[in-house]
Design a protein. Structure first.
Length: 94
């Protein structure tokens, strides 16, 4: 039986105004993904749960920005097609 490897990420809370600070964390995430692949394992799917964009994000944190800055680099780093990325958005408690 083939093993199934899933990557679970939660609550990134992207905010374009914090791009430099976020870049450090995202770079570490991409390095972790590369380390998984370096062991010869394959990531079969990515599950994202929770808040993708910060509640107080400015209008510049557009869907295109989220895709270009976070989703596309993540999918490329993991060598996972977009069809294997599952988004389960969270709700904001107010």
């Amino acid at each position: 039986m083939k093993k199934f490897t899933a990557l679970h990420i939660s609550d990134v809370r992207l905010r374009r105004a914090d791009e430099q600070e976020q870049a450090v964390r995202l770079h570490a995430l991409y390095q972790d993904v590369a380390a998984i692949l370096a062991t010869g394992r394959q990531i079969d799917a990515i599950f994202f749960t929770g808040q993708l964009v910060a509640a107080d994000a400015c209008a510049e944190t557009t869907p295109v920005y989220v895709y270009e800055y976070f989703l596309r680099p993540l999918l490329q780093a993991a060598s996972v097609p977009g069809a294997r990325f599952y988004l389960v958005p969270g709700s904001r408690a107010q």
